[in-house]
Design a protein around this ligand. Structure first.
Ligand SMILES: *Cc1c(COP(=O)(O)O)cnc(C)c1O
Length: 390
């Protein structure tokens, strides 16, 4: 009864789509454009009233006393490391599966990023993995709310407290998420965000750190202004230009006002995918705890390679030939050349992350996708799996 599978586009067949569907795309409307034009006609292009207005909006959604806007998500992580006085001799624990910037920020301050393993089902930082990496040199833990899911901060905070460590939540994927009713942004000592166009709030470029600690916020404000003290104007420590401009903040404010609508569309798309992939034994979707409100930045699937005659990269290329802009988030950072050479990390350090790194792929996920786009993705996945099934 076996059906003859359709010829894959990568082998010369007809693609599911002729125009490539990207994995993410910003959604900019007339309101966003008007908001930016208004700034262009005003007295301020960079640090003006829009920065404070955006910081207030962020502090509100994060449920924190402070929000500090900076030039991008990478600068937000650097500002967090600066505020915590991370430096040479210190170790900072970082989940193996994350964007390079989550580990690079540690290396920039002359400290050592220590890769910690992730949980099998969710690929979130594993509290047991953190525990295993703590030494007398440990200074902080960077947790990453991977894909928009939220880490177990109850357990992470109790480990951190026991050892006197600070937790930084790299929440670049998770603006608008929550766990046990508590908003992301308020779950760690410091939480960092990115407003890159693929993220929930597209500011062009932009980033922020939220915290309840006024002292740390103050240090981060100095860091983004060359190390100058706001009241005296004196340079009291080493900083840089980490400003987010009024132009970017105006766009981000306008985008932020549409956040709930955009997250609810993302959740509908995720539910659509979940239903389709539940029937496919070759595909595992990531697990989510019931007390998490997932922000759905990425839709990640993991292939059961034993059931396929192709590896992940072959599946990825086949999908791309079908017009589906699938991509990988992420190859474990400790396997990147720089980390191997500089810190001597290698295969075997984080087995769960390394296995996952060979199996995962992110499918298109952005609020502007139509139902037809979602159906194209599902059709292409079916077609490719059908062709490579053992
Ligand atoms: C996007 C991202 C960053 C960096 O943000 P930029 O604004 O691009 O500098 C850092 N960490 C994670 C997990 C990200 O996804």
């Amino acid at each position: 009864m076996s059906q003859v599978s359709e010829k894959l586009a990568i082998e010369g067949g007809r693609p599911v789509r002729t125009e490539m569907l990207p994995y993410a795309r910003q959604q900019i409307g007339e309101r966003d454009i008007d908001a930016v034009v208004e700034v262009l006609r005003s007295d301020w292009l960079t640090t003006g009233p829009k920065v404070e207005q955006f910081e207030a909006a962020l502090a509100e959604i994060a449920g924190t006393a402070e929000a500090v806007a900076v030039s991008n998500g990478t600068t937000a992580l650097l500002a967090a490391m600066h505020a915590l006085e991370v430096g040479p001799g210190d170790e900072v624990i970082v989940p193996a599966i994350t964007f390079a910037a989550s580990a690079n920020c540690v290396a920039w301050f002359g400290a050592t990023p220590i890769p910690a393993d992730v949980e099998t089902g969710s690929l979130l930082l594993d509290p047991d993995g953190v525990q295993a990496e703590i030494t007398s040199n440990s200074k902080a833990i960077i947790a990453v709310d991977y894909a928009g899911n939220v880490c177990d901060y109850d357990r992470l905070n109790s480990i951190a407290e026991k050892h006197g460590l600070a937790i930084v939540d790299d929440a670049s994927h998770c603006l608008g998420g929550s766990r046990r009713g508590r908003p992301v942004g308020s779950l760690a000592r410091l939480s960092t965000f990115s407003f890159h166009p693929v993220k929930h709030v597209a500011g062009g470029e932009g980033g922020a750190v939220t915290t309840d600690d006024a002292g740390l916020a103050n240090r981060m404000r100095r860091f983004r202004d060359h190390g100058r003290d706001a009241s005296s104007g004196c340079m009291v420590e080493l900083g840089l230009n980490g400003r987010m401009s009024d132009i970017h903040c105006a766009l981000a404010i306008s985008q932020h006002s549409q956040l709930q609508r955009s997250i609810s569309r993302r959740r509908k798309i995720a539910a659509y995918y979940d239903r389709a992939f539940a029937e496919m034994p070759e595909i595992d979707t990531l697990t989510v705890e019931p007390d998490v409100s997932h922000a759905r930045h990425l839709y990640v699937v993991a292939f059961d390679l034993e059931k396929l005659r192709a590896d992940r990269d072959r599946v990825l290329n086949a999908l791309r030939s079908e017009g589906i802009g699938a991509t990988v988030h992420y190859m474990p950072f400790h396997l990147q050349d720089y980390y191997r050479k500089r810190f001597g990390t290698s295969e075997g350090d984080c087995p769960v992350a390394e296995q996952a790194g060979k199996r995962i792929l992110s499918l298109p996920m952005f609020p502007g996708m139509s139902d037809g786009d979602v159906e194209d993705v599902i059709a292409a996945v079916h077609k490719v799996i059908e062709a490579y099934r053992r």
